[in-house]
Design a protein around this ligand. Sequence first.
Ligand code: 1CP
Length: 353
Amino acid sequence: MNASLNSRMLFKAALAGDATLRPPFWVMRQAGRYLPEYRALKEKYGFIGIVKNPEAAVEAALQPMRRFDFDCAIIFSDILAVSEALGFPYKFKDGGGIILERRIEKSSDIENIESAAKDVKAKLSYVFENAKLLRSALPDKAVFGFCGAPFTLAAYMVEGASSSGFPRFKEFFTKQKALYRRLANALEEALASYCTEQADCGIDAVQVFDSHACLIPEGHYMDLSGSHVARIFKSTHGKVANFLFAGGMSQRFGELLETNADAYSMDSKLSLGKIASSFSGRGNFCLQGNMDPRILAESSPHEVSQVTKEIIRDMRPYKRHIFNLGHGITPDAKLENVEAMCEAVKCYSDKHE
Ligand code: 1CP
């Protein structure tokens, strides 16, 4: 075990299952509204203005790194950048969530997406510029690119907005199976080329966000979503580590394994240690997670520190662990709690805990 590994080496060691003194760590949605410096940047450029300006986007991604020295950074963008490039611009709704300028209504909409998917990369050059800049700003950190899963992007494009249950989309993928498949295939093509291009910018990992995977009926994950994710991973295999965040799926973990991800990012409903011990015979995957983000908003620094150490302790025998939250950090997270979490990870020692 080497105490002098930099963050990027520590990240690679955890993925490989090598013994490390502590797990590497970062936080989903680590750039964002819980940070006063992010709120100031957003005041100046607006959210979409930041995303489309590579210098501002890199600044947003660096803000949490300066404050908390996480081991991993993620490029600042949004999963909806790709649906926008396919002809579905988005904006913020008053009162929270997002709304798209149009939604999928008929099969000609899908034809348009199929043809736009062929050269989607040309419209996303600002993301690749952003990825290259972040890579060179952080040579010793692990850098993540990302995209939405075809299923989750399709949810927004069919529903036309954020939604709690996506009823229109549920009806679409249940009753219009052939159209859903064409849409998912077109999105898969666009996302595979998008992720390969990000990988070619020198980043270390790609995380596919399948945030709305839990809409899928039990037993149908691979059919409706995972088969598309698996093919995206095939296109980046060997270039970067492939991460899958499948929202609400920790209790159905076994359904995810055929995607062949290198790492699975889990929600907080089940202990990571339990998942590791139940499935460790099923491959050499790494687990990422899974502290409940509510704890950062609602508890004390002492409690945060205890929970952090518990999750780490649970996962030590398994080795392949990257500490993170079970979902994105919320705007009401307390900075002193995020600090306590960081301290607890960085000072973790098997001797004392
Ligand atoms: O300032 C603001 O109010 C904007 C909030 C915000 C931020 C900071 C949005 C709007 N997107 C982002 C950035 C973002 N989104 C990142 C990069 C930053 C980082 O992680 O540090 C990433 C990886 C995402 C991914 C994303 N966007 C997901 C998947 C992750 C998850 O939380 O499940 C999803 C579902 C989106 C869509 C999205 N983006 C933003 C909103 C409000 C929404 C809709 C959410 C909903 O359905 O209501």
